[in-house]
Design a protein around this ligand. Sequence first.
Ligand SMILES: Cc1cc2nc3c(=O)[nH]c(=O)nc-3n(C[C@H](O)[C@H](O)[C@H](O)COP(=O)(O)O)c2cc1C
Length: 153
Amino acid sequence: MKKVNLVFGTVYGSAQFTAETLAQALSQRGYLVKLWQTDEIASFTPPADELLVVVTSTTGQGDLPEDIQPWFYHLKNTAPYLPELYYSVIALGDSSYETFCGAGKAIDALLGELGAKAVVNRFDIDACQTMEPEVEALKWLEHWDQVIRSAAD
Ligand SMILES: Cc1cc2nc3c(=O)[nH]c(=O)nc-3n(C[C@H](O)[C@H](O)[C@H](O)COP(=O)(O)O)c2cc1C
């Protein structure tokens, strides 16, 4: 079964809790999961033969949470070419901001620039619609898992 690197960026903990919930559900589905803690990811370049899932909230005016910034700038500055990497982004945000899910959009765009391929479209979770992003993420996982398994067939 594939290995999944799970990276999160959070200010108040919702994205972290969502990532922890996903990590558990992925393990139950048989994936090998590495949930990266934010103090470990500053120089992490995702290996091409493993899957990458990013869960991030947005802060300020469309800004990345501080804890995921070192990783974002590591990738931006080293600009590895990652055409064989398959990734997914779950973006937590609030649609009352004009910069809705700005951080998730920035990470999605950066990974695309590096040549990585999205397994499914970015999944935006709106705090105006739900207070339980982890529940939405688990529904998303059903679909994601099907896509991964059908690609492996
Ligand atoms: C000070 C502040 C600024 C925010 N700025 C944005 C923003 O620009 N765009 C957006 O979509 N959501 C924004 N949000 C909403 C958060 O991204 C959303 O509530 C998210 O679920 C928080 O997740 P976290 O607990 O992981 O930080 C902001 C929230 C706060 C408190």
